[in-house]
Write a protein that binds this ligand. Structure first.
Ligand code: 5GP
Ligand code: ZN
Length: 113
């Protein structure tokens, strides 16, 4: 845990946040400022700064994030498989504002760009 990291604090239960779903290695929460009807953040419980910092040994965890996204897509919209977008911002210039690796899961509206 990185003590000044807001997502590490959420993972540690230090900030009141109801998880969307939780696994041993991954936490999924609703984005506080949703950009789509379903806007979730899939994050490893391990603190990793960004996608560029991912080391070879972390790759199974990154693969797990995608597996979790597949499971969410199955559950979303009462079992009907819907279209969805996965997004990872790397660096402030690309829109990253929280420096704890997370993947945005967006669904529920037409996304044209
Ligand atoms: P980024 O901009 O780093 O790719 O994504 C960070 C996301 O985290 C943003 O979409 C922002 O709305 C969300 N966020 C920031 N702080 C919190 C928080 O305390 N709780 C939740 N649920 N989402 C947060
Ligand atoms: Zn963290």
């Amino acid at each position: 845990m990185k003590t000044d990291c807001i997502f590490c604090k959420i993972i540690a239960g230090q900030l009141p946040t109801k998880p969307y779903t939780e696994y041993d290695d991954i936490l999924v929460i609703r984005d506080i400022a949703p950009k789509a009807p379903t806007h979730l953040l899939i994050m490893p419980k391990k603190h990793i700064h960004d996608i560029a910092s991912v080391e070879a040994g972390d790759m199974p965890l990154v693969a797990r994030m995608i597996t979790v996204a597949q499971e969410i897509a199955q559950d979303n919209d009462k079992g009907k498989k819907t279209d969805f977008r996965l997004m990872i911002n790397n660096g402030a210039g690309a829109g990253q504002s929280v420096f704890h690796l997370h993947m945005h899961f967006l669904a529920g509206k037409q996304m044209s760009e």
